[in-house]
Design a protein around this ligand. Sequence first.
Ligand SMILES: Cc1ncc(COP(=O)(O)O)c(C=O)c1O
Length: 503
Amino acid sequence: MDISKHLNSAELDTLSKQPLYLQIALLIADKIHKQILLSGTKLPPERELADLFAVSRTTAINAYRKLEQQGLVWTKGGSGTYVAQEHDVESQSEVPWPQLFTSYPQNPSASILRDMLSTPAPGTISLAAGMPDPALYPLKTFTELFNRNIGRAAPSDFGHIAIEGYNPLRRAIAAMLSEKGIPVSTENILTLSGSQQGLYLLSKVLLEPGDYVVMEAPTFIGAIQVFQAARAKILSLPCSGKLSFELLEDFIIRYRPKLLYMIPTYQNPTGRVMPAQERHDLIKLAKRHRLVIVEDDPYSDLCYGELPPQSLKALDSYGGVVYLGTFSKILFPGLRTGYLVGPPVLINRLALEKQFIDLHSNNIAQWLVTMFLNEGMLAEHLTTVRREYKKRRDMMAKALQRLCANDIEFNVPEGGFYFWCKLKQAGTSQRLLQEAAKNRISFVPGEAFHTVPTLDKEFRLCFTSHNEAVLLEGVKRLAKTLTQRTKKNKDNDVPPCSVWPII
Ligand SMILES: Cc1ncc(COP(=O)(O)O)c(C=O)c1O
């Protein structure tokens, strides 16, 4: 049966307040109840569903998840999504897994990180995921280090190690940070399976439901999701332009937040660098109120001009700055190796929590990174990637200026991975993304970086994960999409999803 004729965008109301994914789920549910879609019918794959309804793949995925939660469809790994066998005794005797799950934030952006990490549709240029270019991963050096050293490695290094991490790596990180003006010793360091794990651990040991957390707006999706999952209440501090100390102090006095989460250098997604004076003033204010600052710093080594100001941790005179670092952006993300710097009392408490998750992070990755650092290879690698990413940034800035400047504004970032763009024309970046999918180009719409629904015109483009030729083609496709939109000159954007929890 050709079921696509039962599923199409004509039945959606793009002006309705009801989110599109819910409209699609309701529409399919209705057809299942009316037995237009019969038990066992194979439904279109997510991408096809997205095309049929002219929505993003995330929206299609969320629609299927909703139906799955209701037990109306089920997904067979590797095969597809099917209408559930309502009257099938076999399936009724199966464990109703979704009913057993603990609650999960019903946020349509909850799957954005997961989607960004999944392979894009064939032929699509994804400027969405914030990744280094795989062609620049130092894999040859890692192979050489492995081959040269595996024979003399102590077997015990590959058994269980301390939860706090592989000691030689903790020492190497302490030495690296001391050179950057962050004087720390081994006992201040917890190695992590990526700095994302550090955010999770911090939320576990510091946050109770209802606690307040101050975050820049917009900010890193992974941090938003972790703090929302901890049921923290988020206070947003706008991060375009000058930081509002009045607003921050007001938050501190009125709400006594447990922590302030910040990315002071090459902020994700805006690329903003917090000026030196602001950093000093922030530390002064935080010290006065004994406010914990979580400084997330994955990008500061990736500067393409002047060096950024010293990190907040380097200025920390009250022991309140917790620093997160990672090798994901400067080496490669599959290492899953990051670290957290804090006072020993915090490191001990975090280690207790970490044992519940993974006992300790992967030894082989830690052993390899240790050798990479101890043999002085990081400096050379950074020189290579900085040179290459600077070229890409400059090329892409020129291309955006030449091809898209009538329709978007953007800042040229001094470091990091991202262009933060703003649509000048009518409509939201979410709608632009839906249209861009037809031209096989993707990016992250701005609303993903906010904790509350926004009718957002901003969007993020990553300029590091592809070579110059692919980036140029990506900009051309974006320009084509923008021109098509201008021609259509229509402003029927989708309102933000009303089910986002406003916490
Ligand atoms: C600001 C920020 N923090 C943390 C992370 C997560 O990094 P990791 O791969 O170390 O978990 C990212 C990745 O995009 C990021 O942009």
